[in-house]
Write a protein that binds this ligand. Structure first.
Ligand code: MN
Length: 331
């Protein structure tokens, strides 16, 4: 079976050299200290930057394709004046990789939401000139979220250019209760942050303003499939009881209807058949894509999970490659 994995991180030496020399915006220091430590460690640095080794590993495992993205949180911790050219340079390098290995690598462009107009222009360039397959946004930017009015040009460009927005986790913007026990990371903070961001897009009415937008969530939907019925139920309650102190935007659909219409989820970092079964019942195999989350998860384990799952062949091929081909426009 053809296998396409869609949350596969990389970096270039040029990107890391420039990025590690930049000042980080206030609030992002702790997260970036951790990420830079990891990016500097020779073993993990090589796994991010050596794409020939990556191809050999994919060959050995029977993985046909990887849709690549910059290591999180991308350019978002940097001032706009630094982040905008950094994103452009990285996207040029990513597009060159994809051009050199068509059929093996796809690419999600990086943008700097700090400058929404520049991000919109970069989405147009990435989907046009560069021939990339979507964009990745690493959740909040300086504590701001994509439903806020300033980001409307970014969402409009993604919708117009048919650029799926992979909403990838990062450490939460309100860090205080997460500081202990490793909570900011993927133990809990990542899914809390990305799930929150997705819920803001749903509840704000942003998806009424951008009905054709596709948002991709990793980790089988960052917990949202588990909560869907309660979210609908409590949203109806909140809408009925909303007052001046707690205004609720009027929505044309229920939250779960937006989730099924505008979101596609991936298996990154999840190897639990019960959670996949729940996700399949919630959104169906046409809205689920395989992902490894390289280099943070074990590729062999993720591929074994995909192959050994008790699925119909139609489900396995949809999750293994067909949904990704449709969503990202991969031939
Ligand atoms: Mn990831």
């Amino acid at each position: 079976m053809r296998v396409v994995a869609v949350e596969e991180h990389m970096a270039t030496e040029a990107f890391l050299r420039v990025a590690h020399g930049l000042e980080v915006v206030p609030g992002d220091e702790t997260e970036m200290e951790l990420m830079r430590t990891l990016e500097r460690a020779p073993a993990s640095r090589a796994r991010l930057t050596d794409l020939d080794a990556r191809l050999r590993e994919m060959d050995a495992l029977g993985q046909d394709m990887a849709v690549l993205s910059l290591n999180p949180p991308g350019v978002q911790p940097y001032p706009a004046a630094d982040a905008v050219p950094l994103a452009r340079d990285f996207n040029d390098a990513l597009a060159a990789v994809v051009r050199r290995h068509p059929g093996r690598f796809g690419g999600l462009a990086t943008v700097a939401p700090q400058d929404p107009a520049a991000a919109a222009a970069e989405i147009e360039r990435a989907m046009g000139t560069l021939g990339l397959h979507g964009i990745m946004v690493n959740s909040h930017t300086g504590g701001r979220y994509l439903d806020e009015p300033e980001f409307a040009p970014l969402l409009a460009a993604a919708e117009e250019q048919h650029a799926p927005v992979y909403l990838h986790p990062r450490a939460p913007s309100a860090l205080a209760p997460y500081r202990d026990y490793g909570l900011p990371g993927a133990i809990w903070g990542y899914q809390a942050e990305a799930g929150l961001h997705a819920m803001r897009l749903i509840l704000s009415g942003a998806l009424d303003r951008h009905p054709e937008l596709t948002v991709v969530l990793g980790h089988l939907g960052e917990g949202i499939p588990y909560w869907l019925r309660r979210i609908d139920n409590r949203h109806a309650f909140a809408a009925r009881t909303a007052g001046a102190a707690t205004p609720m935007p009027r929505l044309s659909l229920t939250p779960s209807e937006y989730f099924r219409r505008n979101f596609v989820i991936t298996t990154s970092g999840i190897d639990d058949p019960d959670v996949l079964a729940l996700a399949l019942r919630a959104v169906g195999e046409d809205n689920i894509m395989f992902a490894i989350d390289y280099p943070y998860e074990d590729p062999a384990g993720a591929l074994a999970f995909l192959r050994d799952l008790p699925l119909t062949e139609a489900q396995r091929t949809a999750i293994g490659h067909r949904t990704a081909e449709r969503v990202f426009g991969i031939a």
